[in-house]
Design a protein around this ligand. Sequence first.
Ligand code: FES
Length: 67
Amino acid sequence: MSAFTGASVCVCYQVGEDEILGWIRRGAASVEDLGEMCRAGQGCGDCHESLEELLEDVSAEGPPDER
Ligand code: FES
């Protein structure tokens, strides 16, 4: 078993969905931010679409203080 939980989103850097969601909730606002924070998306670029979708999912939840 691998160390991360959730589906692997970025295969190049083995970054899972749960980890990416965690970074987005901690302030990542773009694919570039995620790349700086956890390297996701810095390789082949195939995962950019999935990263965008996760960014949209979290922004649809609204700011944490409104939940
Ligand atoms: S799968 Fe994320 S950069 Fe290649």
